[in-house]
Design a protein. Sequence first.
Length: 146
Amino acid sequence: MKAKVISGINLILSTLMTLLGFSSCGGFMPVEYGVPHANFKASGTITDENKSPIENIRVDIHHNGRSLLAEGGSYTDKNGKYQVQYVWNFTAPFDSIDIVATDTTEVYQSDSVRVSTELNKKGDGNWLMGVAEVKADITLKHQTDK
């Protein structure tokens, strides 16, 4: 009897959630199904002071000091190149974001660059609000001896 009651409650709740159209996208905010969105892409190169590319630098997108990526960003390849993608939902688009480069080996000092973002409105006019792409190259300095 108890299992039937729990099963019935689960059915009612799942039906209600389906009717309301909510889904979780793994970000820091829930997203309602069918909400207009914009696709954002940041790319660039991370180098040292000698303009040599740096591999395995973590690159993240921040707004107001908070990471926008649930997965925790991306890492540079052997050529120092990175590409980070994010989907803006109803919470934004933002006028500017910070691209944060962090060396987890502590050889280089972490650094960030603030970039302006502009939404290029394109798409089929339905739910896609547009696309924003920025390129930002960052130069990291070696850690100083303590």
